[in-house]
Design a protein around this ligand. Structure first.
Ligand code: ZN
Length: 245
């Protein structure tokens, strides 16, 4: 099976659609949460995802928009975008978001939004946090989102003991998973990249070939920005899309 791994779509339909069109053949979409929040087309993103063969876990924005976590934990721009997003969604969308699971385990992969220790909120931003996270899942690999930065953390055991090493994923090159160490992998964000590269990020997992590859895709950033502007969403959220920050 080939799985398209996406995270942090954030209501950016132009980016999501560009990834769905460009990604090489896939059988299923694995979504790591934050389908909505920030972007101008939350409903379109939910509907498009639900029309595909997919699995998804909940992100902090998904549950905030559905009133399942406290909005006071968000910064002012994120709160404003979450209120607006809530106003755009049908009760059935909100119900669906609120029932997304915190964690899924599939084919040797644990899927969470933030971290396996605190799936909704924890950011894996440093090797020390990644290192501690390995105790909270049993599968060889864990897929996470939330930071919007593509990265891999590998747990290796050598003469110097157990180490957690950080790797920037190679682009467009299949990475063999057979004999690979245990890893926590972040594919990056579709709808709001924060690694200085504004292109939409995604990964492809081939469960038969046992390979994982990372990709970037251009999309009409201005189209998303124009729609955000028309809905009077916060200017900082609009500007950051051009910069990938
Ligand atoms: Zn996010």
């Amino acid at each position: 099976m080939r799985c398209l791994i996406v995270s942090d779509i954030h209501g950016n339909f132009a980016a999501f659609d560009a990834v769905l069109q460009a990604a090489p053949g896939y059988d299923q979409v694995w979504c790591l949460g934050d389908i909505v929040g920030y972007g101008p087309e939350p409903r379109e993103c939910i509907q498009r995802l639900r029309n595909l063969p997919f699995v998804a876990v909940a992100g902090n924005h998904d549950w905030a928009v559905a009133n399942r976590v406290d909005l006071n934990d968000f910064n002012a721009d994120a709160q404003e975008a979450a209120h607006w997003t809530h106003s755009q969604l049908h009760p059935s969308d909100l119900e669906w978001l609120s029932h997304l699971p915190e964690r899924l385990v599939l084919d040797g992969f644990t899927l969470v939004h933030g971290s396996p220790r605190h799936p909704i909120w924890e950011y894996i931003l440093q090797p020390s946090i990644a290192r501690a996270s390995f105790a909270y899942f049993d599968t060889p690999f864990c897929l996470v989102g939330h930071t919007h930065v593509p990265i891999m953390y590998a747990l290796t055991e050598g003469r110097e003991g157990i180490r957690c090493r950080t790797h920037v994923p190679p682009q467009d090159a299949p990475l063999p998973l057979t004999d690979a160490p245990r890893m926590i992998v972040n594919p990056g964000s579709v709808g709001q990249p924060r690694d200085g590269n504004p292109l939409a990020a995604y990964a492809i997992l081939d469960t038969e070939a046992q390979t994982l590859s990372f990709h970037r895709q251009s999309y009409a950033v201005e189209e998303t920005q124009r729609k955000m502007d028309a809905h009077h969403l916060p200017t900082r959220l609009i500007a950051r899309l051009s910069l990938g920050w």
